[in-house]
Ligand binder design. Sequence first.
Ligand code: ZN
Length: 166
Amino acid sequence: MNKKGHVLNAVLLSIGLGYLLEPATQLSQAQATIESIVMIAVPVTLGALFPDVDTAFGKHRKTLHNLAVLGAFVAYPYAFAGNLEYVWIGVLTHYVLDVAGSRRGIALFYPLSSTEYSLPTGVAVSSKYATVVTVIVTAGELALAAAIVYEVPQWGFELGRQTIGI
Ligand SMILES: [Zn+2]
């Protein structure tokens, strides 16, 4: 996907995630929701732009498009007291959009393997459907995020309840 697609994906995803984390149900809560969206949108959008730096340094869709790079961004806030928090979400959504939204795919296991993985849902980066596919992929990501935010605590609770037998 091109820069426009990655920024569109990151901004739409951030609006959705910001709302999921701080859902306003009345006007008096709107400020908290807007603050949550801004807090998420800046690091996520920066993170979403990062992987394509490998068009200039390294091999595109390999050097900065793999699970080791994503893992480093996930670990960074733990190693350095919250520094770069949420940037990993931008890196992850960049990978998801390249895998699910574009035909070429990415080398998730580079440098161990140069095999590029993609899904049949992908279209060419220059396709007139690229923006539509970007919005659909983002909607899918948000549906998954909503399921995690609203359902996983319930599953965890049920699993814990069954495990201890009450
Ligand atoms: Zn990319």
